[in-house]
Structures are given as C-alpha cells and as structure tokens.
Write a protein that binds this ligand. Structure first.
Ligand code: PLP
Length: 412
C-alpha cells in the first residue's frame, strides 16, 4: 500500500461532532461505525437540510409558476451545479439525478445498450459489485452481446495484460469500478479509459466507493460515464448521480417515459425534452437531490488530501493490529488501496464474528458484499469488512481489536 507519511493536522474529534449518529450507543456500548462501505453517516447540515426542505420549501419542481415551486426548482438545479463542480463536469446537463449507482448503471445498460447489437462485447472486471454485473448480463440476454471479465491476481489487482487481450474493435463498452467495495483496490482507470478509447469503445466508471475518498475529475479522466450514490457520500439514500458526456447522452434513447422527460406528447408521437430532463422522467427525489448538494458542499469544504492521509493511517493501523491474530488473512492487498480492510480468520465463519462484534457495539459488514464472483475467486463464503471514513479514529480501532480478540476467543 502507498501511504503518506506526512501527518496533516486533522481534527477528527471536531468532525465527529457533525455526525449525531456517531455519538449514540448500541447494545450499551459507544457505537463504533465501521460499515462506511455500505453507507455513510450524515452530518447535521444534511439532516437539517432535509428537515428544512419539508418544513419550509416542499413543492414539485419544473412546472409551477408559484413561489414554492420556483424555489424548490432553483434549489434542485443549484444542487446539480454543486455536484457538477465537484466532479468537474463541463456542463450541468451532463449531471443526471438517478436513484443511486445501481439506477445509473441500469440507465446506461438500458439506454446505451439499445444501440448495441449481437456480437458486440462488453468488458467488466472480476471484482465488480453485482450492480455492475447483472445489468450487463440482462443486456447481453436482450441483445446477444458478449460479456467478458478482466481477471484479477491474488492480491486483488486487475490483470492488465489480460485486459489488453480482451480489448478489441468488438468492445463497445468497458464498465469497471474505480475502487473495489470489498478489497479497497484502486483500479488503474486512467489507463483503462485511454486504451478503451483507442480501441473505439466507451468507458463507464462505477464511482460508488471513490468520490468520498479521492478527488474525481471526470474531464481529466475523460470517462464517458461516471456513477455514484448519495448515501455513500454523506448524503441521503434514494438519490445518486450519472455523469455522461453530452454527445453520447444526446444519441441515447430515453430510459423511462413519463412526465418531465417530454417536449410534446400527442397520441401519434411524442418528442423528448432536452438534457438532463430527457433522462429524468417523473417527479424525482427532490429533497434527496437538494440535500445531496448539501452533502457535497460539506465534503468540498474538507481537505481531501488530509482525509486520505487520515483514512490511510487508520487502514495501516488496523491491518498491523489484525495481523497479530493467529490464522488471520487480509483479503485484498493491492499496492493502491483505500481504507477498506477485508479479512477472514481460519476456521471461523465471518457471520459469527459480525454478530459478536455487534453485541459489543461495533458495526462491520460480513458476507459477500454484493461481490459473489469475487468470493468464488478467493474460495471463501465471505469476509469481515471494516471500512473507514474520515470520522473514524485510532481509538475506535483499539476498541474493535479488543472486541475482536474477545469474539475469537469465544469462537475458538
Ligand atoms: C454500493 C455500491 C454499488 C451500489 O450502490 P447503490 O447505492 O446500492 O445503488 C455499486 N458499486 C459499488 C462499488 C458499491 O460499493
């Protein structure tokens, strides 16, 4: 793992005060929340923004002439701009609101997929989340496309020479995760994007685990699509983002039909609205969109390099402590990783460990983490995963390690 040695002052105790859930107790113990890969906790500003929207500004958007409708519309569109700026998208209409990463990927698979034909190839990787596998399999069944998978090494890194072999002029799209939710691996997406474009294909990046940890600049990356979920970046559930290049989105047919996505409807023919509305049928999650903007504003006030350094320090500390246990195996030992630590212990089922940790107030995730093919590769039923956010501390890791020791002693 590459880790920064420079220690940047980072007031984690002060940051924790922004997150009320972190201050609660669970099963009589102070909560230790290490399940950030599944969802993040919300800062008070986001909770307040949700409350404020429903208390003061609730109204439907994009259609009303009245005051509240215009207010809600401008807040919603302002949020789109905040997000556009955060990922450095050239145009705000390239930033589509969706329900989340899963919905964003399904949008591309359904819509862009309509332009694919029999024999076209789609490449994913062996470490994808189910939501970046199943939509492509469904598309392959519908259209007769062929799904190819970039294999990984034991350390959990993509075999790039195998990728080179899979890539051809038949490749229509490569869809890979920026960062693995199970292993923490940071994939070489810059190289994947360059090579795929040279071969004439599109690239979609699943950014569900990246925007909250490392800077993302969609223009510098030059990816064609980039997806992430609000709830993993300290925002609400039920809202997410799909960034797509305008020239590609313009060629794509609508995903769903309904209100808002139309220009004119008659029973003979309907014409579609312009971007981004063409892909946003029906009343959206208005509060979700606005408050995702609040979450991104909150995040953008923080120093991402300080966040990264702090999270990497936590991960290194946790791994060092974990490796002192007998029979311990860290799953995912890539050179470039984020703050995800997955592990298994010889002869012990992950689920039992998770249950005993929960009794001690510690939230970790156990199981396949929606990456069953990856578990098959490692020939394990699942892992125990501690995934850290910037608000976690070394003291929490100490509590976790003690609790783990107690749990393993009970199970052995
Ligand atoms: C969480 C996650 C998803 C799915 O996100 P949803 O918010 O459940 O739609 C997809 N890919 C990765 C890598 C994830 O971590």
């Amino acid at each position: 793992m590459i880790r920064d040695d420079i220690s940047i002052p980072f007031d984690v105790q002060k940051i924790r005060e922004d997150f009320p859930t972190l201050l609660r107790s669970v099963n009589g113990k102070d909560l230790v929340y290490f399940d950030n890969g599944a969802t993040s906790q919300k800062p008070q500003v986001v909770i307040d923004a949700i409350n404020d929207y429903y208390t003061n500004n609730n109204s439907n958007i994009h259609r009303g002439v009245h005051f509240l409708s215009q207010l809600a519309t401008s807040q919603y569109e302002e949020a789109r701009k905040i997000i556009q700026e955060y990922i450095n998208a050239p145009l705000s209409e390239e930033v589509l609101f969706t329900k989340g990463t899963t919905d964003s990927i399904n949008l591309v698979a359904s819509s862009l997929g309509e332009l694919f034909s029999e024999g076209d190839e789609i490449i994913i990787s062996a470490m994808e989340h189910h939501s970046n596998i199943v939509p492509w399999q469904m598309l392959c069944e519908r259209k007769g496309c062929i799904l190819k998978v970039i294999p990984i090494s034991e350390s959990g890194e993509l075999k790039m020479d195998e990728f080179d072999r899979l890539l051809s002029n038949k490749t229509k799209l490569v869809s890979v995760t920026h960062i693995s939710n199970t292993l923490g691996t940071i994939n070489p997406i810059e190289e994947i994007i360059k090579k795929t474009h040279a071969a004439g294909g599109y690239v979609m990046i699943d950014g569900a685990q990246s925007v909250q940890h490392i800077p993302v600049d969609v223009q510098a990356l030059d990816c064609d699509f980039f997806a992430f979920s609000g709830h993993k970046v300290f925002g609400p559930t039920g809202v997410g983002i799909l960034y797509g290049k305008k020239e590609i989105l313009d060629q794509m047919p609508p995903y769903q039909g309904g209100g808002d996505m139309i220009a004119k409807v008659t029973f003979e023919k309907t014409t579609y609205n312009e971007l981004p509305h063409k892909f946003e049928a029906g009343t959206p999650n208005i509060s979700g969109g606005i408050c995702l903007g609040t979450a991104i504003s909150y995040l953008s006030e923080m120093d991402l390099s300080a966040i990264h350094a702090h999270e990497m320090e936590l991960a290194a500390y946790a791994e060092e402590k974990l490796l002192q246990f007998e029979g311990m195996r860290i799953v995912g030992t890539a050179q470039r990783k984020t703050s995800v630590v997955s592990f298994v212990v010889d002869g012990i089922h992950p689920f039992d460990v998770g249950t005993l940790l929960d009794k001690q107030g510690i939230a970790v995730r156990t199981g396949h983490h929606c990456t069953q093919p990856l578990m098959d590769f490692y020939q394990i039923p699942g892992t125990i995963r501690a995934s850290f956010a910037f608000y976690n501390t070394k003291e929490e890791i100490d509590v976790f390690i003690k609790a783990l020791e107690r749990s393993l002693n009970m199970l052995r």
